[in-house]
Design a protein around this ligand. Structure first.
Ligand code: F6P
Length: 323
């Protein structure tokens, strides 16, 4: 390997820049050339490449977003799109790729490595933390802290008015952000896609906690919850309990921005180094991750086919602590 490309794809996450910096500098440290690919797989198809030197990644470790920009590429899903990408890589003499993103990013990478003899290593970057084979994804810790800060503020006004808030947090298919932020903010209930909570059970929690003896209530709802999002659930509860003063707050994309936390910066730096090391070690189709504080390697196959499990113990913990 002489020249590697690095790209960010899918939803951005705080810490992606720290990962780009680590990839670029580790490549240069190992006498490799490195190019940045703009807008994920879109840039790969268009040949939108930029040679990167050490100073190009100066002063970005603390920045949210991604200096390479990101996209969800429809064209890369097609055989023709991937053929174009391969041709662009040959023309630019790029021998290997580091892709930073989530499951969609790795699904694309997996097919690409099956079709062409191009080694690709993935770095998990998504605020959803929903990738099998790593305890944490880059951006999750920062997003969690962003959510906690917002919910704490909502708790202030909820207590002042004796209100019940339904707060929707991101997580189209996963409840990791909802679960941890719910525990960290002392939520009265947490609704996540991995566990169906029936309206009756929710009413029970609220009657016991909020209505029973508290002057505010917070229900954290993951965006992908099966009951249909914060507004729908709030309306249902409102119909049955006109005595509750209910408000809804959807936190939205502010959860994806901001300066990465120390934890995300260190994880991103560790995984950026590990990704280039893996390429130098002839790895071809894997994701690097963190398991029990150590770097792990898991095939794209495994991380795509398996679903990360939500710890039941955390849900039980919240049931106990929210009484
Ligand atoms: O990055 C993952 C995620 O945050 C999901 O939780 C959410 O549903 C999705 O991105 C929304 O992304 P976009 O608005 O970019 O389509």
């Amino acid at each position: 390997i002489k020249k590697i490309g690095v790209l960010t794809s899918g939803g951005d996450a705080p810490g992606m820049n720290a990962a780009i910096r680590a990839v670029v500098r580790t490549a240069i440290f190992n006498n490799l050339e490195v190019v940045g690919v703009k807008q994920g797989y879109e840039g790969l198809i268009k040949g939108d490449f930029e040679t990167m030197k050490s100073y190009d990644v100066s002063n970005i470790i603390q920045k949210g977003g991604t200096i390479l920009c990101s996209a969800r590429s429809e064209e890369f899903r097609s055989v023709e799109g991937r053929k174009k990408a391969h041709e662009q890589m040959l023309a630019a003499k790029i021998d290997a790729l580091v892709v930073i993103g989530g499951d969609g990013t790795f699904s694309g990478a997996r097919i690409f490595t099956q079709e062409y003899d191009i080694p690709v290593v993935g770095i998990p970057g998504t605020i959803d933390n929903d990738l099998f084979g790593t305890d944490y994804t880059i951006g999750f810790d920062t997003a969690l802290n962003t959510v906690i800060e917002a919910v704490d503020k909502i708790r202030d006004t909820a207590s002042a008015h004796n209100r019940l808030f339904f707060i929707e947090v991101m997580g189209r298919d996963a409840g990791f952000l909802a679960l941890r932020s719910g525990i960290a903010t002392g939520a009265e209930a947490i609704l996540i896609p991995e566990r169906q909570t029936h309206l009756k059970d929710l009413e029970k929690y609220l009657a016991k906690g909020y209505k029973g003896h508290k002057n505010s209530g917070i229900v954290i709802v993951a965006e992908g919850d099966k009951s249909g999002g914060a507004y729908t659930i709030a309306r249902e509860i409102e119909k049955k309990h006109p005595e509750y003063d209910i408000r809804v707050s959807v936190l939205g994309h502010m959860q994806r921005g901001g300066s990465p936390s120390a934890f995300d910066r260190v994880t991103a730096s560790t995984l950026g180094v590990a990704a280039v090391d893996a390429l130098l070690d002839d790895q071809k189709s894997i994701m690097v991750g963190m398991v029990n504080g150590e770097v792990s390697h898991v095939s794209f196959n495994k991380t795509i086919k398996n679903k990360k499990v939500v710890k039941d113990s955390l849900l039980t913990l919240n049931d106990i602590l929210s009484i």
